[in-house]
Structures are given as C-alpha cells and as structure tokens.
Design a protein around this ligand. Structure first.
Ligand code: DSN
Length: 419
C-alpha cells in the first residue's frame, strides 16, 4: 500500500482529506452497487509515471514519440480484456462509462437516428437515452420498460416496440436492474428489424468475466463496460466488438471523442484484468451474487418490497414506500448508521429522481472485504433498524458503532489499520 510520504509533506491539506476518506471507507459499509475497493496493486499502477505521457493514437501508431513502452502497457490491457471476455477487439482507452457509450453511438449512428433503450426509472442509465443526457438530446431514443407485475424486462413488449419503431440500434444494459438480460432474445429482435446490438455491462462485467452471468460479447455487435464496478479495476471503461467493427470503434474513441489516453489508468486496467483472470476472482464473483441473494431474502422476510422479488446479480432495488420514508431519507439515515447506499427510482416512480421511492443496495465492495452470508443477516438487521429509527439520532449512532465493529473484523484487503 502507498505510504503517501511525499504527499503528506507537500500538501498536508489534501493529505488530510485523503486520510479522512480512507477512514470513512474503512469504517463504513460500502453498499453502493457501483463501487468497490481496488487492490493495492491496481492503486499503485495508477500512481505511476505513466501519467506523464501523451500517446494519442494506438499501439504502433501514435502521434507522439517515445511511446514504445506505453504501447506494451496498452497492448497488455487489451490482450487480457480479450481473454477475459472472449472479445475479438478491445479498445481500452475510454475514460469512463458515458464517454464509452458516446463513442459507441458515434461509431454506429448519425444524430437523429432511432435507438431503443431501457428507461431510467425502470433501471436504465442516463446515457441510454434520457432526455437531459447527450444520448437523448442527439439521438431519437424510444424507451422500453419493465413489466410492472414482474419487475423484469418484458421481451414481448421490446419486440413490439422494435417492430413498430424500426430502430437502428437496440441498447441492453442497466444501472439498477437485478435480473439476467436475455441477450439472445435481444439479438433475435434486432436481427428481425435490422438493428445493431449494443450491450452496456458496466454493472455486471466482473460477474460476466468470472463466468457467473451470461456473456453478451460473443452475441452482440458491441459491448461497453466501466472497469471500476464489479470488475474491481480503476475508474475507466473499455469497448469490445467484433473485428469487423474495430476500426469504426477505434476512430470514434480517438480522434472522434478523446485526446490522449490516461496511460497510468490503462496500466491499472491491465493489472485489474490480470487479477480477474485468476481463479480466486471466480470465487469472489460467486460470493457477490450469493450475498446479494441472501440480502434480498432477508429484507423480503422483514416485509421490504424488493423490485422483481429478488436478484440474479450484485444489486437489489428496494421500494421504501411501505416504510413511510423516501429513498433520500433512507439514504441519509443509512449514512448516519455507517452504511453507504444510493437512492434509486423504482419502476413508474411517482416521486422525482432527486427524492425517489427506493434505494439501491449492492454487495461488490462488502464482498471484497470478505463478508459472507452470516454477516449479511446482521447487516439486514442493521439496515432494517436504521430505516425503522430513521429519525432517532442516538439509535442511528448505536447502529453506526456496530457497523464499525463489523468493519474492523473485515478490513479492506491490503490496507493498513486506520488510526
Ligand atoms: N453512476 C453509476 C451507477 O451508480 O450505477 C452509473 O453510471
């Protein structure tokens, strides 16, 4: 683990912020579904002199000199990602999820083209066509929804909409959806109407890489993912596609969307992909899903409404409407109790996105700490107690102490003890 000796001396103010954030991450339960703890090796790769380099272009074809060594780091990242997902081509340069998705649209569409995507309050992502996002502003998105009775994507409805709208692309993927995606069905529907298929696997990439969830890479035309969620890498993204689309994806990322890649981050992506290729990562991914399933069961048994009745992946969306508090109030109370979660819309949410009806819970980060089923039951008790006592500050402080004790028993791997 980095010792931050130089930072401490050069900038004590920023060092103090970093130390406080380290203590927070160490003493609180991180249950935001999109967060995780990178390994010390990934962290060290990010803090390297590779950040000093400019390398617009791609390995072997750069617009700056001195890139022979950088080429090796980027090529290693791409080779490992190909192996991890069975991809024909990987571009490892996207800086994050939304820019990656922008590059995909840029590669396959013209402004105004019609695209199908999952609606935000049904679990979709801003970059899947929300009207305030570049995607919804530049392209003509038509949104599909989950079935209100099952909470699952209704593939018959997707087919109907696709036949009616004849989109140029169909996007499958989500930010707050707890079920397997029927990739094959999406592909069949897209083939019927002549649309490109685009999967955004940002949330489940680690679970897919580990073989614990089905993989769209061999099935879809193009797949994007962030690298920092279940994949447990640095903050960034990659795009995978078949060889026939490689040139248009590469051109869309650079020079289309981005300038110089972040070479220190790409090296850290390579490290994370190397970690995900190891057998222990499969055990990790399996435990992430087990923990999420048990958490859903525990909450349902305490009379919480979990959207779709459970989960197949690492997250669950819980409707707080029957508990007399909003998602935002639950998020604040849980924060006070030492549990970080994110408020979330529920399908057809009558409340606005800033103060929606639900919360989204995830197990990737707590599983990295080694938490398993017995602790999940305890966590469900704490979650429930915090929700029930959301206006009782002293009760929330008591729960916080219990969470702190649990966290001390499950330190973040590779971290020194916090003072
Ligand atoms: N902000 C991410 C999430 O929390 O799901 C997606 O971009």
């Amino acid at each position: 683990m980095l010792n931050y000796q130089n930072l401490s001396q050069a900038d004590p103010e920023i060092m103090a912020v970093v130390r406080r954030e380290m203590a927070r991450q160490s003493e609180e339960l991180e249950m935001i579904a999109s967060e995780n703890y990178v390994s010390p090796a990934v962290l060290e790769a990010m803090a390297t002199v590779l950040t000093n380099k400019y390398s617009e272009g791609y390995p072997g074809h750069r617009y700056y000199g001195g890139n022979q060594i950088i080429d090796e780091a980027e090529s290693l990242a791409a080779t490992r990602a190909k192996k991890l997902f069975g991809a024909e081509h990987v571009n490892v340069q996207p800086l994050s999820g939304s820019p990656a998705n922008a590059a995909v649209y840029f590669a396959f569409l013209k402004p105004g083209d019609k695209v199908l995507g999952l609606k935000l309050d049904h679990g979709g992502h801003l970059s899947h066509g929300h009207p305030v996002n570049f995607s919804g502003l530049l392209y003509n998105f038509v949104q599909y929804e989950v079935n209100p009775a099952t909470g699952r994507i209704d593939m018959d409805r997707v087919r109907q909409i696709a036949r009616r709208e004849k989109p140029k692309m169909i996007v499958a993927g989500f930010s707050a959806y707890a079920r397997e995606i029927e990739w094959e069905k999406f592909r069949e529907i897209a083939a019927e109407v002549g649309a490109f298929t685009f999967a955004d696997i940002a949330h489940t990439a680690g679970l897919i890489a580990a073989g614990e969830m089905s993989n769209p890479v061999p099935i879809f035309d193009v797949v994007s993912t962030t690298t920092h969620k279940t994949l447990r890498g640095p903050r960034g993204a990659i795009i995978m596609c078949r060889e026939e689309f490689a040139k248009r994806i590469d051109r869309a990322v650079f020079p289309g969307m981005q300038g110089g890649p972040h070479d220190h981050i790409n090296a850290a992506k390579a490290v994370a992909f190397g970690e995900a290729l190891r057998p222990e990562f499969k055990d990790y991914a399996r435990q992430v899903i087990k923990n999420a399933r048990v958490l859903a069961e525990e909450l349902i048994s305490r009379d919480y409404r979990v959207i779709s009745g459970g989960t197949d992946n690492h997250l669950l969306v819980v409707d707080m409407s029957n508990r007399n508090l909003s998602g935002q109030e639950a998020e604040i109370a849980l924060d006070k109790a030492g549990i970080s979660v994110s408020r979330s819309t529920i399908p057809n949410d009558p409340k606005p996105p800033l103060n929606p009806s639900g919360v989204r819970l995830g197990t990737p980060a707590i599983t990295t700490r080694g938490i398993k089923e017995p602790q999940i039951k305890f966590i469900a008790d704490c979650l429930d107690a915090a929700v029930q006592n959301h206006q009782n500050e002293s009760r929330l402080s008591e729960i916080r102490e219990k969470i702190k004790e649990l966290c001390a028993l499950f330190p973040i791997p590779g971290w020194p003890a916090q003072k």
